[in-house]
Design a binder for this molecule. Structure first.
Ligand code: DON
Length: 586
């Protein structure tokens, strides 16, 4: 169990608590010198009505309904999540997991709530290897019973509700229950993805999913605009209203277990695995970028660490002067290469392996990494550094699309930044109780050792949480006041999407919406994938001219949702046009 201690932000010293232990959770407190202007996050005043930014209008409306009824940002998060589970089941849901950063403006605390799924007690490190010891084909792993981890998001929300709920737990479920009973029109994105999933031939394999997503012939997907109700989901939500752990106890737990035990590749989940599940809460991982302080997810997420690594390296460049130019993107891309290499190798569940968080984010270490970046040539042969005197095996964790990010500020100033996921589009392609089951365990490395025999940090193990890239963040400005929230879905690209949004707002002075609109540029594993339609063609050819292997992407699946606090205390939101959401005030 992780020790709980508070990240206290005083006027003179920003104290950050980092967890660096292996199995034993030794909390270590380090002091980061204060920036020029003293930090005093406690003083953040909330003058404005609340705001919700999320990936679907129904979810935004549900969150606002709860805020208007006097609910807190956490009460609203429960409503947003339970509606997303219904109207955006391809991305997140109550059968999945999540990370939530909460800024408690009254106490000045920034918390990391961890609702990541855990592996059942009887999994083996070889769970994703075939009989010949070779990694399973990725999609076979996804659409299997063994990819499902114990769902954690509702237990996590219940923990946060105990701390910050203002209205009764059950009230936040009403918007989703109503929508599930009455039905909702399938959105263009959901309809398109049902069609895509249908083309893989597995979403209609399990009876419950077949009946839900397909017409009576069991083959033709329901179309965009079809009004879909979901009575089993309404029933599940009623059970959750009475018992926040209802998913982890009979009878719903039995239904989940039965679905995961179906062929092919049946899983290992038991009622004990469910009963043992606990969400965790610890201080957020905070670091500085120029005169800002950014707080995000701790391990098992690599998101907070990798975003802070990219930024910490870029702190050695004048990104404002470089601007949205070839040189600006060259610096961003090379910094990303380095940060991804480090996170690939070192980050995993720190209850199981030592993660050298403090060393990875040490400013001198990041400066030495930044010294590898040149403006006139593409970096070749990118390797992880050695921040702490030990190495790990070359990672072999696969990646795929799913996930949603939302953010809420209530009128008291309580702030939530939450990224939530069933992992792949429609998770494991199986349903129970009207919701999708996650395939989060495919976020483990399928291989246990690299080709040289060195153990991989993110290999599966009983009770372990797979490494994530999710990076919900909350930023504080030079005046110590709340500055903005950010975060995105997108698998490992989350790190690049989120870092881009921060550079856009902090260095390039962009509004949330402008920062979201910047091209996505993902530099990882020796190539740069970039949005061809959003990036200046001269910059693209310039990057090629520097020797980069460029992959031109027609569009990316970021889903950045941002709320910025303006100097007058009002809020400006931004929603990613690449998804279907919006930002709206109370
Ligand atoms: O936790 C993770 O990093 C992944 N399960 C997230 C997957 C994801 O973001 C897919 N995105 N669209």
């Amino acid at each position: 169990m992780k020790t709980l201690s508070k990240a206290v932000l005083s006027s003179f010293v920003l104290t950050v608590v980092l967890s660096v232990g292996a199995c034993k959770k030794s909390d270590q407190t380090i002091s980061i010198p204060a920036p020029d202007t003293a930090l005093n996050i406690k003083q953040t005043k909330a003058l404005a009505p609340g705001m919700v930014a999320a990936a679907n209008p129904h979810a935004v409306d549900a969150g606002l309904e709860v805020l208007r009824a006097g609910g807190s940002a956490v009460d609203a998060a429960i409503a947003v999540q339970t509606v997303l589970s219904l109207v955006e089941p391809q991305s997140s849901g109550i059968g999945g997991g999540a990370f939530m950063i909460v800024y408690d403006n009254k106490a000045g605390d920034v918390w990391f709530y961890n609702g990541r799924e855990t592996a059942p007690a009887s999994v083996t490190p070889e769970m994703f290897l075939d009989e010949d010891g070779k990694p399973l084909r990725y999609f076979d792993g996804i659409a299997s019973g063994r990819s499902t981890g114990v769902p954690g998001v509702m237990v996590m929300l219940s923990k946060a509700h105990n701390d910050y709920g203002k209205t009764p737990w059950a009230d936040s479920f009403e918007p989703a229950i109503k929508l599930a009973d009455e039905g909702f029109a399938i959105s263009p994105r959901m309809g398109g993805l049902i069609k895509m999933a249908a083309s893989y031939g597995v979403l209609n394999r399990q009876e419950a999913a077949r009946e839900y997503f397909f017409k009576e012939d069991g083959k033709t997907p329901h179309e965009i605009g079809f009004v879909r109700d979901n009575k089993p989901y309404a029933e599940t939500l009623r059970a959750l209203q009475k018992n926040p752990r209802a998913l982890l106890e009979p009878p719903i737990a039995n239904a989940i277990i039965a679905a995961t035990h179906e062929e092919p590749l049946p899983g290992f989940m038991t009622l004990d695995d469910m009963a043992n599940y606990q969400a965790q809460k610890e201080p957020a991982l905070c670091g500085t970028y120029r005169s800002y302080t950014l707080c995000g997810a701790q391990p098992p997420s690599s998101g907070g660490i990798a975003v802070l690594s990219i930024l910490g390296q870029l702190e050695n460049f004048d990104m404002t002067a470089l601007g949205n130019s070839l040189q600006g993107w060259q610096a961003f891309a090379e910094s990303s290469f380095l940060a991804y290499a480090d996170r690939d190798q070192y980050v995993a569940d720190d209850d199981f392996v030592a993660v050298p968080v403090k060393e990875m984010l040490d400013k001198d270490y990041l400066k030495s990494r930044a010294a590898l970046i040149t403006m006139d040539k593409a970096m070749t042969d990118v390797k992880a550094g050695d921040p702490a005197g030990f190495i790990r095996g070359q990672d072999a964790t696969p990646d795929s699309p799913g996930t949603s990010h939302f953010t809420i500020i209530d009128k008291s100033g309580l702030t939530v930044s939450m990224t939530t996921t069933v992992e792949s589009v429609f998770g494991s392609q199986r349903m129970a109780g009207g919701f999708m089951l996650n395939n989060q365990l495919t976020d483990f490395s399928f291989k246990t050792h690299d080709d040289t025999g060195v153990p991989i940090a993110n290999a599966p193990a009983p009770g372990k949480r797979p490494r994530s890239s999710m990076a919900p963040m909350i930023a504080f400005g030079p005046d110590g006041q709340l500055a903005f929230t950010t975060g995105s879905p997108g698998g490992s690209s989350i790190i690049a999407y989120t870092a881009k949004s921060i550079i856009g707002m902090v260095d390039w002075g962009l509004s949330p919406q402008e920062a979201i609109a910047l091209p996505n540029v993902i530099a990882r594993n020796g190539s740069i994938r970039l949005e061809e339609n959003r990036l200046d063609p001269d910059i693209i050819s310039g990057l090629e001219g520097l020797g980069h292997k460029v992959i031109r992407s027609k569009g990316e699946i970021s889903g950045l949702h941002i709320i910025r606090r303006n100097p007058d205390g009002s809020y400006t939101g931004g929603a990613d046009p690449r998804r279907e959401g919006l930002a709206k005030s109370e």
